[in-house]
Design a binder for this molecule. Structure first.
Ligand code: HPA
Length: 276
């Protein structure tokens, strides 16, 4: 290990030791909550809340609507951990630091990860409120959290065409359909932010094959895949992407749509966890 990766390893170990002092929970499933979706953590039973700023080595989060908190507990008898307040690269975090929660979950024993986010809809039929399974992504930023990491082998990430688990996705679509919740499939494109995209960029992204655009998720998914986790990604389309409607984009709108889809999302997440 080089100096950098040794320091990273030490930080994860420190954080792990701290968490082990707070809870004996052994989560096998983790869920990262996106913008406006923080309230989903209220479905965790017998919750133990750990503020991320109390955890040694955990980078701090600052965005409106993002509480930096880990919520441990059970859902449908399964031990879970929810991450409230993900770390965005646009907050100034290095891309590697932004995936600290994923390395911590891996150290805790998490094997399955559900990653949620708020995204702008590019596909013409994706209106605000649409739920989109991420079937694949485009890393428009070219930043990768694995650079310089031990075992960050090129081969591993190239074994599969997509980092999202095909069998889990198939099951998830079935569960949604049985629950009467409409979902779509699509490709998510990651931009750095914090600026929303320009109209010209959205036009270009559409040509590239993107169905939705957002400022998160991709680094976490790369890190989680490298840790051997099974991954399911779900975007809530909170707005039409730039230039696709007359509306001005704003963060309040993103949070408001998150509230609106909450009931469906809760039902969906419950089914996913029950069947995971
Ligand atoms: N662009 C980027 N990120 C987003 C958007 C968007 O339109 N909506 C929610 N997150």
């Amino acid at each position: 290990m080089d100096d950098n990766s040794m320091a990273n390893h030490k930080e994860t170990e420190q954080a792990l030791r701290f968490i082990r002092q707070q809870t004996t929970n052994q989560p096998v499933l983790g869920l990262i909550l996106g913008s406006g979706l923080s309230a989903l953590a209220e479905m965790v039973e017998n919750p133990i809340h750990i503020e991320t700023h109390d955890i040694p080595g955990y980078p701090s989060s600052t965005v409106l609507g993002h509480k930096g908190r880990l919520v441990f507990g059970t859902i449908a008898g399964k031990q879970v951990v929810f991450v409230q307040g993900r770390l965005h690269v646009y907050e100034g975090h290095d891309v590697h630091a932004s995936t600290f929660p994923v390395r911590l979950m891996a150290a805790l024993g998490v094997q399955k990860l559900i990653v949620t986010n708020a995204a702008g809809g590019i596909h013409p039929s994706f209106k605000p409120g649409t739920l989109m399974w991420i079937t694949d992504h485009i890393n428009w930023t070219y930043r990768n959290p694995r650079i310089g990491s031990p075992g960050g082998s090129i081969a591993r990430d190239q074994i599969t065409g997509s980092l999202y688990d095909g069998a889990w996705l198939k099951q998830a679509r079935k569960l949604a359909s049985h629950a009467g919740i409409a979902t779509e499939n699509g490709t998510y494109l990651w931009t750095l932010g914090p600026s929303y995209e320009t109209k010209a960029e959205i036009k270009a992204f559409k040509l590239l094959g993107a169905d939705a655009v957002g400022m998160s998720t991709v680094p976490e998914v790369i890190e989680a895949h490298a840790a051997g986790m099974k991954i399911l990604g779900l975007s809530t389309i909170t707005n039409f992407a730039a230039g696709l409607s007359d509306d001005h984009l704003n963060h309040e709108e993103v949070l408001e749509v998150g509230q609106r889809v909450r009931v469906d999302l809760e039902r969906l997440v419950l089914e996913l966890i029950k069947n995971a």
